[in-house]
Design a protein around this ligand. Structure first.
Ligand SMILES: [Zn+2]
Length: 350
């Protein structure tokens, strides 16, 4: 079994053994040690190359949106190190040994929270004993969604019920109430995240408060403008149903009046059955949906399968979980990608 397959197995085990925390923890720490061993054997492969800078506040972030907001607010006063390499999506990623070294020396560790980075508790335990790093979940204060409750329309609920029909009521409930971690995909939640980032920077580095406040206020203005565009332009589209590859658009849908139907679950490796695809194809035909959305960091195979089954086309809707190398070269950022998302939504929903 490869490490990826093992991770997947652990995840599958986890969903059927919620409640048996100790077994899971044992598996997890075994897995962390294993992946650290494998990675140290492979050398520097896809590790973060950024370095701790003496004399500046050092901030380690987990993935692109948190990194981008932190780098903007931190400006010249902060050295920001992002853990996730370019072109990698965050759901299946785990930290490397160098990441533990860097984070142990940093003043601030900013992660999304809301269940995105399941590895964080063990990661924090593995830091050096003398580390003074302050860890903050920047989604704190966002009103969180549960996965099934707000997808709502049968697909998710039926899927969960089919998969876990033989389990006890409690386990069923836990499975049905997975927290949706994709807070950053809505500009409204992104504003809360940016404020948490600013407050954390001010707390660990009060000497540069003025700069942090100034750059935060500029970022806030841009986020408010983006929020206004989403609100105004989506209010007038006649269709509100979107079919997406993984369930990453719950907050966007909630905040701008859309309904999300996902081919995969909360994580891109939660694969659908053939029956799910047939049901979705029927929904696409019944609702007159014109496009199936796919994303760049995940295979578009299922979106293409569904689109050809339903006789419609595909288009990108980006969950902004990371940049591709091409997007880095194009100098794309959170704002250009979200604006492209809005353009594509307007085409698909007219
Ligand atoms: Zn996701």
């Amino acid at each position: 079994m490869t490490v990826m397959q093992k991770k997947r197995q652990v995840r599958l085990d986890r969903s059927s053994r919620i409640g048996k925390q100790s077994t899971w923890k044992m598996l997890w720490s075994g897995l962390l040690i294993l992946s650290l061993l494998v990675l140290s054997a492979c050398g520097q492969n896809s590790e973060s190359t950024a370095k701790i800078v003496e004399g500046k506040v050092n901030v380690v972030t987990t993935f692109y949106p948190v990194y981008a907001f932190t780098a903007t607010i931190g400006g010249e006063d902060a050295n920001v190190i992002n853990l996730l390499p370019t072109g990698v999506e965050p759901h299946d990623w785990t930290p490397k040994s160098q990441d533990i070294v860097n984070t142990s020396k940093a003043q601030l560790f900013l992660y999304n929270g809301a269940g995105l980075e399941g590895w964080v508790p063990n990661f924090l335990k593995s830091l050096n004993n003398d580390s003074k790093v302050k860890a903050v979940a920047v989604s704190e204060g966002v009103k969180l969604l549960t996965a099934e409750g707000d997808d709502g329309h049968g697909h998710g609920e039926e899927h969960a019920a089919d998969d876990h029909a033989d389990e006890s009521g409690n386990e069923q409930q836990a499975v049905d109430h997975h927290i949706d971690p994709h807070t950053w995909v809505s500009p409204k939640s992104a504003m809360i995240m940016a404020e948490n980032i600013k407050n954390s920077l001010v707390e660990v580095d009060p000497a540069h408060k003025k700069g942090y406040e100034q750059r935060y206020s500029e970022l806030r203005t841009k986020l408010e403008a983006l929020d206004q565009r989403f609100t105004n332009e989506l209010a007038s589209v006649p269709n509100k149903e979107i079919v997406v590859s993984h369930q990453a658009f719950g907050y966007l849908a909630r905040d701008y009046g859309l309904t999300q139907h996902a081919i995969m679950g909360l994580s891109p490796d939660a694969e659908p059955t053939g029956q799910d695809i047939v049901k979705l194809a029927k929904l696409v035909k019944d609702e007159g949906i014109k496009y199936i959305f796919f994303e760049e960091l995940v295979s578009d195979k299922l979106a293409k399968t569904l689109a050809s089954e339903a006789g419609v086309q595909t288009m990108v809707l980006n969950p902004v979980e990371g940049l591709t190398q091409e997007q880095v070269n194009n100098k794309d950022d959170y704002f250009t990608l979200m604006q492209k998302n809005l353009q594509n939504l307007l085409i698909a929903l007219k």
